[in-house]
Design a protein around this ligand. Structure first.
Ligand SMILES: [Fe+2]
Length: 462
């Protein structure tokens, strides 16, 4: 028996190993699941979600656990199967990512626990300090993937696929030597076609980045790597206000000729997740250079200042970068402490009106881990926010938007996610109407086991 199986020992554990953050130790599959309501018959595909689920006993931090994927397969109004699988990483087999003799990182070793993303027919389980692990549509692990040997850095867990070109843009960040950040582009066919070091002064932790039509947008913010902490096995990143804070705009086309980002200093903050970015440039023979670039993201006033449990609230802010004057304008858009913002990804890099996220049910500024949550919808045009309340004991995962059909409008579609219910210690898969947050769920599917809180997921349409 491990500490995780023993209720008395569980009470002594940190929050990320208790309640619905506690890992599950079984891999199951179930077929022809019961459905409450009616699954839309046009919702054909798979929803996969990744998360940290330590296999070999307690971990020092939520982010350290072994990746486990939970998947549900929908077809013709039926929930054909649910299954969960650990990503069979080299870490799971006991391999270590840092060679203690040489200090070198082995990029094939990672937790593969943060996100799951599909590009050019391959599905990747992602964690930002290592290569992706490719998995099959049935959640079998195929192994580390390096784009035919072309990728020689880690890969972020937050790649973005350009809505207009189908290219996947991403980056990797490294911790012990420059270049600390490297930008990559894979074309729509999955070939790595561009790799470029990005000049940043130190080992900053970069969780996400953004695309607009003409720019790739990099965050160089004051959470940095501390090797002495890494050696102790604890969270190796800390708040480092002396590092400064800046955001870089890299022209996507001129980057192909070696241009570096134009950096804009901003007040100290940290950002985990970006909602979207866009610019006012146009393409074509009469195309005009962008004058402004906009970026919407969850801004934390600081992160891990003095303790890895010191999270400041994530509030939605907008930055506007004026490429003529060089000025940055910051505006707070909303006052709710949110997590996991998502948009209709057909608008990645283009101006979006709507976004969805998770927020605490019991108050805007609260949001202790394990509290009930609701799903919020931002209307950035009207400046309003609406809420879908899943119930007094419900804790929702990240809402992923699925368009109802190819030509659907921006919020014409569904939100899919896993929801945990504390009163019954059980989980269900839920489909909501993305346009009408006041409507009851369109469908829900009770799952054969609890789905622990995790990080990010994706819908993979057939
Ligand atoms: Fe993330």
């Amino acid at each position: 028996m491990t500490a995780l199986d023993d209720p008395a020992a569980e009470a002594q554990l940190p929050w990320h190993l208790r309640g619905n953050y506690a890992p599950i130790l079984t891999e199951v599959e179930a077929y022809d699941l019961p459905v409450h309501g009616a699954l839309p018959t046009d919702l054909n595909g798979r929803y996969f979600r990744n998360g940290a689920n330590p296999k070999h006993g307690p971990t020092a931090h939520w982010f350290a656990g072994d990746g486990m994927l939970h998947g549900i397969r929908l077809r013709d109004g039926k929930a054909e199967w649910y299954r969960n699988r650990w990503v069979q990483t080299r870490q799971l087999e006991g391999a270590r990512r840092i060679n203690m003799q040489t200090g070198e990182f082995d990029l094939t070793v990672g937790a593969a626990n943060t996100h799951v993303w599909r590009h050019a027919g391959r599905i990747f389980a992602l964690e930002e300090a290592s290569l992706p692990n490719e998995v099959s549509p049935d959640l079998d692990t195929l192994g580390p993937y390096n784009f035919g040997g072309a990728l020689c850095t880690p890969m972020t867990a937050h790649p973005h696929t350009c809505a207009e070109t189908g290219e996947m843009h991403f980056f990797g960040y490294e911790l012990v030597k420059a270049p600390y950040v490297t930008y990559h582009v894979a074309d729509a066919q999955g070939n790595l076609v561009h790799t470029q070091p990005i000049d940043v002064p130190g080992p900053t932790m970069v969780h996400d980045f953004a695309l607009s039509r003409h720019y790739a947008i990099f965050l160089d913010l004051p959470v940095t790597f501390d090797l002495s902490l890494a050696m102790t096995g604890t969270m190796p990143f800390t708040w480092d206000p002396g590092y400064g804070a800046r955001i870089g705009l890299l022209h996507r086309e001129r980057a192909r000729h070696g241009e570096q980002p134009r950096w804009f200093d901003v007040p100290l903050c940290y950002v985990f997740h970006i909602m979207n970015a866009w610019d006012d440039g146009t393409d074509g023979p009469d195309g005009v250079e962008a004058r402004s670039v906009w970026l919407d993201a969850g801004r934390h006033a600081s992160m891990w200042d003095g303790s890895p449990d010191n999270f400041k609230p994530s509030l939605m802010w907008r930055w506007r970068f004026d490429l003529v004057t060089g000025e940055v304008h910051e505006t707070q858009l909303d006052d709710i402490n949110h997590a996991f913002p998502r948009i209709d990804e057909r608008l990645t890099g283009l101006a979006n009106r709507f976004g969805w996220a998770v927020a605490p049910r019991n108050g805007r500024e609260r949001g202790e881990m394990g509290e009930p949550t609701v799903i919020v919808k931002y209307d950035l045009q009207s400046g309003s926010r609406t809420v879908h309340d899943l119930g007094a004991d419900a804790q929702s995962g990240e809402p992923v938007f699925v368009p109802a059909h190819e030509g659907a409008g921006e919020d014409e579609g569904y939100l899919v996610t896993f929801v945990y219910h504390g009163d019954t210690d059980s989980s269900r898969f839920v489909v909501l109407d993305a346009a009408d947050m006041s409507a009851p769920p369109i469908a829900s599917v009770p799952l054969p086991q609890r789905v622990p809180h995790g990080f990010h997921g994706s819908w993979f349409a057939d």
